[in-house]
Design a protein around this ligand. Structure first.
Ligand code: PLP
Length: 452
């Protein structure tokens, strides 16, 4: 196994092609010295997603939505793969520019921006930005009159994990024409249309409606003398391992062919969760258990409900349950084939009653020190997590298989400080333990046995 330094604080472990995330988890869990919750981030997943995107939607240039997961290694890899970036604030702009990305690869896709952030965009040459209201046009006129503007219209998917239309997007037939005439009177340069059908879109046809509406706005703009050349089809693409991009991609491609056959119209998108959801796997340790016994008043049968307390909760990674309406699925790390299942609930580590991860699920009986694994945890988790009550946000340990490493080393400015270990689990474990990133701690036994 090699360790690559991407930057001082984001390191990638290169694993052999036959090793997968679950094998890496096993090496850590089997060591019985790891106690804190941790993530494994598989960069190969991000690369795989990018390849699929390029094959399925070659005309659409992805501008990764930084808000979704701003891990520096993820941003560096996406920058190297050639994506653009959707930034919503001054800090996100700075983060992307600090990677050496040109400002013209960034879209400032927040339709309601503080004035200081608009001034910052002007200062750093981030010229393209969205708007959906008249006040924004006047602010932009004051602080960045040369900006290239994109009018964001509203078109909500009937089914979405997180709707955005109640906050952003003007009506394409009533408000957009008015806003365009105000922009023209102010002498502003509007260059295109954007929309966001809703995050985690469950109704692919929403893209067809939104692209058709965008066409009407393009046509109206032409009557005012504008010559639009940018269509931004936003985010909304699902990203779990079980999801597929095909149905949405087909509708987008067909709609672009129908409504925007002119290849001079540049088409971009702002995918967030698509790129990162499946790349992150979270491992949580069970540190406490309460067993609630209930007697049936009639049959007198006693049933048990197990309350498992784990070391990450809704104030940490599982904030995604509250803010992103995610459904998380616990998988016991140990092999549970043939074990009896019991009514169980899963709770976070803080002293708040709200800190419940899963209200009711069926699990085999688990012990203190055992692990629960949650896949598909890369989107809208860590950027929002806090160390409330003194419980740390889990560390992220990044891996890439050798094929991914071969690709990345050709396109990333990497210093290959590599340690080469053999590829046996014992050597992987040794390398993790020697890592100055404090992968394994404390070096104390953490399993306890309870005599019944
Ligand atoms: N673009 C904008 C303006 C957003 O607000 C969001 C998410 O809220 C995204 C893109 C990313 O959306 P998703 O993660 O659904 O692709």
């Amino acid at each position: 196994m090699k360790i690559i330094n991407l930057t001082t604080n984001s390191r990638v472990r290169v694993i052999n092609n036959r090793t997968d995330v679950w094998n890496v988890l096993r090496t850590v869990v089997d060591s019985e010295t790891q106690e804190d919750a941790f993530y494994i981030c598989d960069i190969g997943e991000v690369v795989r997603k990018h390849k699929i995107w390029k094959i399925l939607m070659p005309r659409v240039v992805p501008h990764y939505a930084v808000k979704c997961n701003d891990n520096r290694a993820i941003l560096e890899v996406l920058a190297a793969l050639g994506t653009g970036f959707d930034c919503a604030s001054k800090a996100e702009i700075n983060k992307v520019l600090s990677l050496g990305v040109d400002s013209d690869r960034i879209i400032f896709a927040n339709p309601a921006k503080p004035a200081s952030h608009i001034r910052h965009a002007a200062l750093t040459g981030v010229n393209t930005m969205t708007f959906d209201n008249e006040t924004e046009l006047h602010k932009i006129k004051n602080f960045f009159p040369e900006a290239k503007l994109v009018v964001r219209i509203r078109c909500d998917a009937k089914v979405a994990q997180c709707q955005l239309g109640m906050k952003f997007g003007c009506d394409a037939t009533t408000e957009a024409p008015y806003l365009l005439s105000v922009a023209r009177d102010l002498g502003l340069d509007v260059v295109g249309v954007s929309f966001h059908v809703g995050s985690g879109c469950g109704e692919p046809d929403a893209f067809r409606r939104a692209i058709a509406s965008s066409r009407t706005v393009f046509d109206y703009a032409a009557t005012l003398g504008y010559n639009f050349n940018l269509l931004d089809i936003g985010g909304g693409y699902p990203g779990r391992r079980e999801d597929t991009l095909e149905p949405i991609a087909k509708i987008i491609n067909d709609s672009l062919d129908k409504y925007f056959p002119d290849p001079h119209v540049r088409v971009i998108a702002e995918p967030g969760r698509y790129y990162v959801t499946s790349a992150y796997t979270l491992a949580c340790n069970i540190h406490s258990i309460r067993t609630i016994k209930t007697e049936d008043p009639i049959t007198k049968e006693i049933t048990s409900h197990y309350m498992y307390y784990i070391n990450d909760g809704v104030y940490g990674s599982f904030n995604c349950i509250l803010y992103d309406h995610q459904v998380v699925i616990p998988q016991p790390f140990k092999n549970c084939d043939g074990l009896e299942l019991h009514s169980s609930s899963i709770w976070g580590p803080t002293c708040d009653g709200l800190d419940q991860v899963i209200e009711e699920c069926m699990l085999p009986e688990l012990k203190v020190g055992e692990w629960l694994i949650f896949e598909d945890m890369g989107a809208y988790t860590l950027p929002v997590a806090s160390p409330f009550n003194g419980f740390p946000v889990p560390k992220v340990h990044i891996i890439a298989d050798e094929n991914t490493w071969d690709l990345l080393k050709g396109i990333l400015p990497l210093r290959e400080d590599h340690f080469i270990f053999g590829q046996t689990p014992a050597n992987i474990r040794a390398s993790l333990q020697n890592d100055d990133n404090s992968w394994i701690f404390p070096k104390l036994p953490i399993t306890v046995s309870i005599s019944k």
